[in-house]
Design a protein around this ligand. Structure first.
Ligand SMILES: [Zn+2]
Length: 232
């Protein structure tokens, strides 16, 4: 592989330096100008070689140690690539979590079943974020479908400070569901079985375009009271 290829593009460098606030991601020292980007796995092919996941900002000393440890020295405990990435992500998280507002979100039955109203609320007074939301509908523990567009995870919601954004999707409209099921002649609203669940994947994108993923959570439909119930 030619040396010219092993170079992080400007956008990757910018993000890595902003996300770390120019701290070394191994010894956590504030580096200012004296910081470099190390290729965690130098044997990868393009484009993975110069992708942001393969970059770690480090100080001169730590960079030298990383290069040295790849020379198979018998001394000390080497970093595994995964440990380097986890440590880097820990520093990124520490240096960007103040950019993440309190986000409140969930489904409601305000529009009447089988429509689902969904809201995302930015509960902060200053922080601009975008939010990726992916909804998976499960019927009797099988994936039934994913609503298109703003519930597919591909179309981020703009969530300005103090704003509550509402949307909705229709569980019984097969034209608006990705990976839609075969109804086999049964009307879609009749196909929604006893155990009906929504699994919500949420990713909050901060002003520096770092993605903060939340643990997926589920709501099930309580047929008696006709409401969505959070399932911890
Ligand atoms: Zn260092």
């Amino acid at each position: 592989m030619g040396k010219a290829k092993k170079k992080f593009p400007y956008d990757v460098r910018k993000k890595a330096l902003l996300w770390s606030a120019r701290h070394c991601c191994l010894c956590s020292k504030q580096c200012g100008l004296d910081i470099e980007l190390h290729h965690i796995d130098p044997t990868l092919d393009l484009p993975h070689l110069n992708a942001i996941d393969n970059a770690i900002p480090v100080c001169y000393e730590c960079h030298a140690k990383l290069e040295f440890s790849s020379l198979n020295s018998p001394r000390g405990s080497k970093y595994s690539p995964q440990e380097i990435k986890d440590r880097r992500n820990q520093i990124y998280e520490e240096k960007t979590r103040h950019l993440v507002p309190v986000i409140i979100y969930g489904p409601s039955n305000d529009l009447g079943f089988p429509k689902v109203q969904f809201y995302i609320q930015n509960n902060d007074g200053a922080l601009n974020v975008r939010v990726r939301c992916r909804v998976e509908i499960y019927v009797n523990h099988k994936l039934f479908g994913t609503p298109t567009r703003h519930y597919s995870g591909d179309h981020p919601w703009v969530c300005n400070p103090g704003l509550t954004v509402f949307g909705w999707f229709d569980l019984a409209d097969p034209n608006k569901l990705e990976k839609r099921p075969k109804y086999r002649g049964v009307p879609p609203d009749k196909a929604l079985g006893k155990d009906l669940r929504l699994r919500i994947h949420l990713i909050i994108i901060d002003v520096f375009e770092r993605e903060h993923e939340r643990i997926p959570v589920e709501w099930y439909y309580g047929w008696e009271k006709q409401e969505w119930v959070y399932d911890p």
